[in-house]
Design a binder for this molecule. Sequence first.
Ligand code: GRF
Length: 204
Amino acid sequence: LKLGVLISGRGSNLQALIDACAAPGFPAEIALVLSNKADAFGLERAAKAGIATAVVNHRDYPGDKPAFEAAMDAALREAGVELVCLAGFMRLLSPWFVGQWHNALINIHPSLLPSFKGLDTHERALATGVRFHGCTVHYVRPEMDEGPIIAQAAVPVLPGDDAHSLADRILESEHKLYPHAVRLIAEGRAQVDGDLVRIDGPIL
Ligand code: GRF
């Protein structure tokens, strides 16, 4: 399965996908890494791995989100991308773009959705006092951080945690969960059924 990975920054989840795809027998490859920021560190990770990169900077399209998204869409199509993976991509995508990639666009979010949509999830989890937090990979729908859940991992909140320690623990589990979810899709084991994803075989 040909992946397009959309990033805006650090790209540690991108790195996890790069590493997974490099393993023998992994059923996906990254055809393109696309960033909306020219200085995203993830672009260096991709270049180092010999993966094609593109920058489509939203600032080159002031007030024209349709043109920004059309440029991204064209780059992804040209690269032959079949599944778009959002990995720390910090722009909200329009219903048009989401519709273009219906059930072919996934996101990783650092919480156990539907809890803690949006930003600063770790601060809010600590402020709420939940004992478990985690991460979710889901198909993207136009509403932010909504859509059929493909995979989740729960992570304990430990005494003395601050947002950084909790974020680090969750990030480690993100790096396992994202390749796992991609594998389920690439193997045809994740079927969208209405608002749900049905997994064939073991879910982990
Ligand atoms: C991750 O925590 C991811 O869940 C969220 O943004 C962060 C991206 O980190 N969507 P990285 O760029 O993959 O290191």
